[in-house]
Design a protein around this ligand. Structure first.
Ligand code: KG4
Ligand code: ZN
Length: 351
């Protein structure tokens, strides 16, 4: 099968993503997000996400088929994210995919969400095909991972990941601390306009020489979040003591300095992996890639290091079903047999 027609289902977090591809061609990419329902909690609530997937799946499948101009019986295969992600949310997608594949009598491919993010790059028609090896930095509200991709379908190695909060989660938590709404990433970006990124030196997690031995490619953002909280508390205590003369919280400087700490550590570690492994290519993915400062710093520092950077369009960087379908299409083309129905949702699925 040279150009398989695949429908991909993605429900690992709060986006219900249905995508349809024919080989490397994107036919539709439908996304229903339950983000608004999570906003009042300041973060994704697993039970709310799972229920929202249940409600959104069928309409999203119908919309994706209509957009692609494809009927269910024309599909060559169904693909689904089986992990990693939120267990209940994954289960909804896996159940739906199994039901669909069995009722249509089509092969079913269970794929890894992180490898799916890398596959998003395939659907960017204007660029050259992904070259191997490449380093991939995936940053979202749910993950912060650095991978060594020697071959998309056979050889992807996890180099490191966050040991606590994901980078997007850090943006969301710091936004909350600054009384900004959820999701925090875009809000911090807005608040940082005109701010001085050097105003406050916030810590770069797992970057000391003593950390690097064991955690060279790992990330940590919870200490940074605490440092921002302490800084704001101290400022407010001093302001309260100063009474009427007190200055207002320099929110632009805090936001810009926090963002700089996150961006600096992400880019430094990704480029360290490129240098250590002699890989002059870096692929970026995940919702945090929407951050303009991250893209700017990554592009500038990579250019200095002789590393080329690839960034798929944002609609393919955030969680989506098209990347899942694209990965399955590659697996099919490479001769991989389908998954048996024995697989289940696996919240900690390794790459
Ligand atoms: O990939 P994504 O859409 O979905 C999940 O992680 O489920 O990523 C969402 C995350 C949120 O944490 C959000 O705050 C963050 O990406 N984000 C950003 C920006 N836009 C979204 N973080 C930093 N800067 C942004 N401009
Ligand atoms: Zn993701």
């Amino acid at each position: 099968m040279s150009e398989p027609l695949v429908l991909g289902i993605e429900t690992s977090c709060d986006e219900t993503g249905i995508g349809i591809v024919r080989g490397r061609t994107l036919l539709s990419n439908t996304i229903a997000s339950s983000m608004d329902e999570h906003a009042r909690y300041g973060g994704v609530v697993p039970e709310v996400a799972a229920r929202a997937h249940l409600e959104a799946l069928q309409p999203a499948i119908d919309a994706a088929l209509a957009e692609a101009g494809v009927r269910l019986d024309q599909l060559d295969a169904v693909a689904v994210t089986s992990g990693p992600g939120l267990a209940g949310a994954l289960m909804v997608g896996v159940g739906a995919a199994k039901g669909l594949a069995v009722s249509l009598d089509k092969p079913l491919y269970a794929v890894n969400h992180l490898v799916g993010h890398i596959a998003a790059d395939i659907l960017t028609p204007e660029s050259e095909p992904l070259e191997y090896p490449t380093i991939a930095l995936l940053v979202s509200g749910g993950h912060t991972s650095l991978l060594h991709v020697r071959d998309l379908t056979t050889d992807v190695e996890l180099l490191g990941e966050t040991v606590d909060d994901a980078a997007g989660e850090a943006f969301d938590k710091v936004a909350r601390l600054l009384s900004l709404p959820y999701p925090g990433g875009p809000e911090i970006d807005r608040a940082a306009v005109g701010g001085d990124p050097e105003a406050i030196r916030f810590p770069r997690g797992l970057s000391r020489a003593s950390d690097l031995a064991k955690h060279r490619y790992d990330f940590s953002f919870s200490g940074l979040k605490t440092a921002v909280a302490r800084w704001v508390e101290r400022f407010e205590a001093e302001a309260a003591a100063a009474g009427d003369e007190a200055p207002a919280l320099p929110i632009a400087d805090v936001a810009a300095s926090f963002r700089e700490a996150v961006v600096d550590v992400l880019v430094t570690k990704a480029l360290a992996a490129c240098a250590d492994l002699g890989v002059p290519r870096l692929l970026l993915g995940g919702g945090v890639i929407a951050n303009r400062r991250l893209r700017e710093v990554a592009l500038a520092r990579a250019a200095e290091a002789g590393v080329t950077v690839r960034i798929p369009p944002l609609s393919l960087c955030t969680d989506n079903g098209a990347m899942i379908a694209a990965l399955a299409a590659e697996l099919i083309s490479s001769g991989r047999p389908p998954s048996t129905l024995a697989f289940g949702a696996d919240s900690t699925l390794p790459v």
